[in-house]
Each structure stands twice: as C-alpha cells, then as structure tokens.
Write a protein that binds this ligand. Structure first.
Ligand code: BGC
Length: 286
C-alpha cells in the first residue's frame, strides 16, 4: 500500500488563483465557522469565485481576519461577523448586519460544527447539548433565516436561476456510525434528514438545499488522526483513495454546488471522502 503522506509530503495549500470565470459574481455568501478548517477554505473558494463573503466566527477573531485577507485576494468584498449560531438572537443579528451591508444573501453555508467526544456511558448532557446545539440547531437557525430572505426576495435573474442556495456541511458520519462520538454522529444524521426535508419544502420557491459530507480532511478538528505516521497509516485503512482530503477540495465542491452549474440538484448529499463511505473493509473482496 502506498503511503501518500511520506512519499509526497504534506501538499502545499493551494496557491491563491483568481479564476477568470467568476461563477458566483454578484452574489453574497455567508459561511458559518469560517475562521478555520473547512469553513475557511469554503469562504476563500466562494470569494475567489466572485461572491461577497460574510465570515462568521464565534471565537479566535484574529483567525477570522486572516480568512478575510485570503477571501479578498481576488477582489471579493468580505466582512467578519461574530455570532454563536446556536443562539437565535445572535443569528438574527448576523443576518441583519449582512443584509444592511450587502442588501441580500444568495448562498448560506452551514459549516460551524464541533466535536466533544466521550465513551457513550460517560457522555455528559452538557457535551450532548453543546454538540447538538451548534451542529444541528445552529444549522436550523441559519437555514431558517436564509429561507425567509430567499422567499422574500425571489429569483434575481441577473445573478442566478435560483432564489438561493443552502449548503449544509455534514460528515461521512451522517451515514457511518461512530463509536465514541455518538453526539456528533447523531447531529450529522439529523443534518442529513433536516436538509432533505427543507429541500422538499422550499423547492417550489426555487431554493436549493444540499449537503457536502466530508470524510477525513486535514483540519485541526482531527489533527490527532493525521499528524504522525502511525495515525496516518491507520487512517489510510479507512480510505480507499489512500490519502487525506484537503480543505480546498471541499471549497471547490461548495463553489459548484452554489453555482448554477448544479441548478437541478437539490436535496442531495455529495460525499467528498476518498471512498470512506464505500465499506473499505471489503476492499479486498471480503
Ligand atoms: C470528523 C473528523 C473525522 C472524519 C472522518 C469528520 O466529520 O469531524 O474528525 O476525521 O469525519 O471520520
């Protein structure tokens, strides 16, 4: 088995490239939890595709400002906005700020999420509530504000054929059970069915709702799974494609799902996981 990590080293983060075709020009995107990891990569990719970006964060403000610099690299407008997505008042205030700054919103990326792991019999109510509140309730609150604005405004034909796009960042653990992470897996399973139910309800308004479900992606949330050779090799037994994912790969999937190139897609989950959901235990025939 090839060890991508040791043979090729850690790939450099994608050098900022300013694409000639700006598929999201004239649109405004909100990305929650955009100060690091996958959220940051999505914010940068949407900005480079021409969207104005609202970079939401709840802590580590300095990282949000670093995201802004990268988003602006290709000329996009960007603002940072602090809000705890699990709090209704803060989400509403964030939408008010965004609408007063940019007039409307076209793309909402529900990315903010966290893990608080424990063996099931030691899982506290606090850890359960924290994870469910951010990962599921937070997605509900932001999606609801988005739908309200999309319905109010309708289709802006000069920028997109749809009235708005919601992307839910879920996880392979919306279908793969995960021992020791019951709260996290439950939150992502909830996201999967919430996404489909919202998609079904709002499709007649030309609002599209989809999920991206990443597998193992090189971010701080799972650093212990890739930051040394032993952990990395063990992770590879779960990934048929035999490499970890890069945040920019989730960013590119998000740009496509937010663009009119995917206009007939709603209620779908795209697994960006190097085959992690393909039952890797059966790789050699079972
Ligand atoms: C989790 C990561 C994990 C990956 C694959 C993600 O949803 O946040 O910690 O490495 O799933 O198991």
């Amino acid at each position: 088995m090839k060890d991508y990590y040791s043979e090729q080293g850690i790939p450099e983060a994608d050098a900022p490239n300013c694409p000639l075709v700006k598929s999201l020009a004239g649109q405004t995107a909100l990305v929650t939890g955009a100060n690091s990891g996958i959220g940051k990569a999505i914010a940068v990719a949407l900005g480079h595709a021409g969207a104005n970006v609202v970079v939401n964060y709840v802590s580590r403000e300095e990282e949000a400002y670093r995201t802004l610099d990268e988003v602006r690299h290709c000329g996009a407008k960007a603002i940072a906005c602090r809000a705890d997505v699990s709090r209704e008042d803060e989400v509403k205030q964030m939408f008010r700020t965004m609408l007063s700054e940019f007039g409307t919103v076209d793309i909402v990326v529900n990315n903010a999420g966290l893990q608080k792991d424990a063996p099931f019999d030691e899982l506290s109510v606090e850890a359960w509530d924290l994870v469910l509140n951010v990962n599921l309730r937070g997605q509900f609150l932001c999606a609801r504000e988005a739908v309200r604005e999309f319905k109010r405004r309708g289709v802006r034909r000069n920028v997109s054929c749809s009235a708005g796009k919601i992307l839910c960042v879920s996880s392979v653990h919306d279908v793969i059970p995960w021992a020791g992470h019951v709260n996290y897996a439950a939150s992502k399973g909830g996201v999967a069915m919430m996404m489909k139910s919202i998609a079904q309800e709002v499709a007649p308004y030309r609002i599209r709702v989809n999920s991206i479900s990443p597998g193992a992606v090189r971010t701080p949330i799972n650093e212990s799974a890739w930051n040394n050779r032993e952990a990395y090799n063990s992770l590879m037994t779960l990934i048929p494609y035999k490499r970890i994912g890069e945040p920019s790969e989730i960013g590119r999937a998000a740009v496509w799902l937010a663009s009119d190139d995917s206009d007939y897609i709603t209620g779908a989950t795209i697994y960006v996981d190097g085959g992690m959901t393909l039952y890797p235990g059966f790789e050699t025939g079972g």
